[in-house]
Design a protein. Structure first.
Length: 464
């Protein structure tokens, strides 16, 4: 029997995700602006920086789960140790991602190294962090509680950063008479929050992870090898289904973020409403993450995800119908973000269910490897986002700064609404008909795994 969740975990698990989301928000919203307008790198160098760092990060992130799964347990445990050793590396290197030291070439190399090293370390830490969910949970209700808290803190960070981050960077740069330094300090503060938050997770999960000796006995000295990871992935059809479906969620989120500015500039023609849109939709996502625990307990994670994906589709279609009515459009997009916030919490539960299925199927526990697959949908969506936006704007005759034409407005509305709605609908159908696990089946498989382990342990003792 697993140790019951403490009150601290139920209330505060996810504070580490607040710091992590502050860093990612700084990168997503300010990195390109920093390179072009603050550090003033030539566009050719900017393109080289973003291409190199993006490609290397994508490759590294795919192996993060395998590394956590295969590396021998360290002093503080197989998972928790990464929460302690990686964040300081992030703190020391993330600041160089927002720096300008030496000539353009030298500075670009330093930025790339800061990006790659900090991302390699934070990928390992975040894979370990999300791997704590199945480790801590005794049942689906526990998973929903933890993932709901993570979703809340994630989206609270977005709300906080949208109003505090950019103004703070500008103020610090003005006060120190160096615009670059203002961004460097902001990056350092975000990384510091990340370190503090993950240390809090490390402390509040003390006593929940098996010791090195317990892990050794449980595995009978066997190690998880690369072929075990490959076999687990290739035979784990529910994992493949949830990766494809989760791509729908991440695509919705990325397109919503990337195209919102275009909507208020070229359709609403009032950029003053843009910050209000960001604030309202971020708050809606916080509420979605909070209510996910109630929805999930009532309907179970699978059906909750089906309904939330369907809700995204419905509200996006309504948004397309009323896209010229700004208040109605803003309401529809807020409801979309409410659903996205709920899915951000509940899809993690489905990933954790595939861990049990994989171990039941293959006899090998590859929890961290499977939870590391959570990054795959975002990488796929990143590629699709660029293709969709570029193609849609080109087809609509987009010219930067030109007066909006009716064709351009329709083209932006279609890119903003139709593609995400299609992705959400496909995701809903995939989970409904393709993801055949539920809490009852997962419990039965877990019982089978436990019985198998008991039998193996008895045989080992008899041999000794």
């Amino acid at each position: 029997m697993k140790k019951p969740l403490s009150k601290t975990l139920k209330r505060f698990y996810g504070v580490g995700d607040f710091g992590f989301c502050m860093m990612t928000a700084a990168e997503l919203s300010l990195f390109m602006l920093f390179l072009t307008d603050v550090a003033k790198f030539p566009l050719g160098i900017v393109a080289a920086i973003t291409t190199i760092t993006g490609a290397v990060d994508a490759i590294i992130s795919l192996f993060s789960g395998a590394i956590v799964n295969m590396v021998k347990p360290m002093k503080w445990g197989k998972i928790r140790s990464w929460l302690l050793i990686c964040p300081p590396i992030v703190l020391m290197t993330f600041i160089f991602q927002f720096s300008k030291i030496g000539s353009d070439i030298t500075a670009a190399v330093i930025v790339c190294l800061g990006f790659i090293i900090s991302h390699a370390a934070w990928n390992l830490a975040t894979v370990a962090n999300v791997s704590l969910v199945p480790m801590l949970s005794s049942n689906e209700d526990d998973k929903i509680i933890l993932t709901s808290r993570r979703g809340m803190f994630n989206n609270l960070a977005k709300v906080f950063f949208s109003y505090i981050g950019p103004p703070l960077a500008i103020y610090l740069g003005f006060a120190l008479h160096n615009e670059v330094t203002g961004y460097t300090i902001l990056a350092g503060l975000c990384a510091l929050l990340f370190c503090i938050g993950y240390f809090a997770h490390f402390k509040m999960t003390e006593g929940y992870e098996p010791t090195q000796e317990e892990i050794r006995k449980e595995s009978n000295g066997e190690k998880v090898k690369a072929k075990d990871l490959i076999r687990n992935f290739l035979t784990n059809y529910p994992l493949m289904v949830i990766i494809l479906a989760d791509t729908g969620r991440t695509l919705v989120n990325m397109l919503m973020s990337a195209l919102a500015g275009y909507y208020y500039k070229y359709i609403a023609e009032d950029m003053g409403l843009f910050p209000l849109h960001l604030f309202i939709t971020a708050c809606a996502a916080v509420l979605g993450a909070y209510f996910a625990k109630f929805i999930g307990k009532k309907l179970q994670a699978k059906m909750s995800c089906v309904i939330l994906f369907a809700g995204i589709t419905v509200f996006l279609v309504l948004g397309r119908v009323f896209y010229q009515n700004v208040p109605v459009f803003m309401f529809c997009l807020s409801m979309v973000q409410f659903c996205v916030g709920g899915l951000q919490a509940l899809t993690v539960v489905l990933y954790s269910d595939t861990i049990v299925y994989g171990e039941w199927k293959t006899g090998k526990n590859t929890a961290s490897f499977i939870m590391g697959m959570i990054v795959v949908p975002s990488k796929i969506s990143q590629i699709l986002k660029g293709l969709i936006i570029a193609s849609a704007l080109a087809a609509a005759g987009f010219v930067a700064g030109a007066a909006p034409t009716p064709e351009l407005q329709v083209g932006i509305a279609n890119a903003y609404i139709i593609f995400p709605a299609t992705g959400a609908l496909i995701a809903s159908l995939l989970i409904l008909f393709g993801f055949r696990l539920n809490s009852k089946k997962v419990a039965e498989m877990q019982q089978g795994i436990d019985e198998r382990k008991c039998t193996s342990a008895v045989k080992t003792e008899q041999i000794k």
